[in-house]
Design a protein around this ligand. Structure first.
Ligand SMILES: C[S@@+](CC[C@H](N)C(=O)[O-])C[C@H]1O[C@@H](n2cnc3c(N)ncnc32)[C@H](O)[C@@H]1O
Length: 276
C-alpha cells in the first residue's frame, strides 16, 4: 500500500499552517504550545488550536504592520503574560521575520518569567524581554510602548493594562478581558428596581462583566481611542471571548467621558478605573 506524505512525516504541511520565516526555529515554541508533540509530530488537536492562534494574530496584524511601517523599533507590551505565548507567537510570526521590534512581557509569577526567558533563549528570540512584577508598577525604559496586549489578565489586571497603555502612550490596545469581580461586588450593594437585573449571583457576575467591558471601551474612547469590540474566536473555544481593539486617534473625547459618567451614575456603580 502506498503511504501518504503525511503518514511518512506527521508534521509535514506545518509550513502552510504556521507561516513563520524559519520553521525549524519555531519548533521549541510549537512544542511548548503543544502544537507539536515532543517527537515533532503535529498534535491531533493542533488544527483547532492553530485556528484560534491565527485568528488572534490576524486581528492584531494590521496594527503591527502599521507600526512596522511607521517605527524603526516598535515596542509591543504583553501584560499579565502568563507563559508569554502571545508574545512568542507575535515574535515568531511578525516581529521576528521583520527583523525589527521588541516584545516586553510583564507577569507577576517569577517561575513563568524564568521559563519564558529559557524558551526565548532556546528559540533565539533576542528581542524579547520579561519583566517580573505587577502591571500597575511596570514602567518600560524610555517610557514608551506602541502596542499593549492583555489576554485574559485576571479581574482588574485588565484595568491596570489600560493604565499602562496610557502611561506609555500606546497607539494600539488589544484586550481580551477575563473574570471580573469588582463591579459585581458594587452591584450587590445597589438597591432599587434595576437591581432585579442582577439579583442572582450568576446574573450579577455576567451583568457585572458586561458593564465592566462597556465602561472600559468608553474609558478608552474618552482618552482618544477609536474602539471596536469583536469576537475573539467561536464561542465553542472559550467563554471569555470579547476582544476590545483600540487605536488612539485624538488626545481625548469629552463626549465619551460624559457618556461614561452618566452610565455610572445611572447604574450607581463607579469602578476604580473611572477615578484614573
Ligand atoms: C489567565 S492568565 C493568562 C495568561 C496569558 N495572557 C494567556 O492568555 O495565556 C493571567 C496571568 O496574569 C497574571 N497576572 C494577574 N494579575 C497580574 C498583575 N496585576 N500584574 C501582572 N500579572 C498579573 C497571572 O499571574 C497569570 O499568569
Amino acid at each position: 500500500m502506498k503511504r501518504s506524505p503525511s503518514a511518512k512525516n506527521p508534521a509535514q504541511g506545518l509550513e502552510n499552517l504556521w507561516p513563520a520565516a524559519d520553521i525549524a526555529r519555531s519548533a521549541p515554541l510549537l512544542r511548548a504550545l503543544h502544537i507539536l508533540t515532543r517527537e515533532g509530530r503535529l498534535n491531533q488537536d493542533s488544527r483547532r488550536k492553530l485556528k484560534q492562534v491565527m485568528h488572534l494574530v490576524q486581528a492584531l496584524r494590521p496594527a503591527l504592520d502599521a507600526l512596522l511601517k511607521e517605527k524603526d523599533q516598535p515596542i509591543v507590551a504583553d501584560l499579565g503574560a502568563g507563559k508569554s505565548y502571545l508574545g512568542f507567537i507575535l515574535y515568531d510570526l511578525v516581529l521576528g521575520p521583520a527583523g525589527r521590534g521588541h516584545i516586553v512581557c510583564v507577569e507577576t509569577r517569577a517561575d513563568l518569567c524564568e521559563r519564558a526567558r529559557a524558551l526565548a533563549r532556546e528559540s533565539g528570540f533576542e528581542r524579547m524581554e520579561f519583566i517580573q512584577g505587577a502591571i500597575a508598577e511596570a514602567n518600560l525604559a524610555g517610557g514608551r510602548a506602541d502596542m499593549v496586549t492583555a489576554l485574559h489578565a485576571c479581574d482588574t489586571a485588565t484595568d491596570e493594562a489600560i493604565g499602562f497603555a496610557l502611561r506609555h502612550g500606546a497607539r494600539y490596545v488589544a484586550l481580551v478581558p477575563c473574570c471580573q469581580a469588582e463591579v459585581a461586588r458594587l452591584l450587590a450593594e445597589r438597591k432599587g428596581p434595576l437591581a432585579q437585573l442582577w439579583r442572582h449571583p450568576i446574573q450579577r457576575r455576567e451583568f457585572g462583566a458586561q458593564v465592566t467591558n462597556v465602561m472600559r471601551a468608553l474609558f478608552l474612547e474618552s482618552h482618544g481611542y477609536r474602539v471596536r469590540v469583536t469576537e475573539l474566536t467561536g464561542l465553542e473555544h472559550s467563554l471569555k471571548n470579547e476582544l476590545i481593539l483600540a487605536e488612539r486617534h485624538q488626545t481625548s473625547n469629552a463626549m465619551a467621558r460624559r457618556e461614561l459618567d452618566e452610565l455610572a451614575a445611572q447604574l450607581g456603580v463607579r469602578p476604580a478605573l473611572l477615578a484614573s
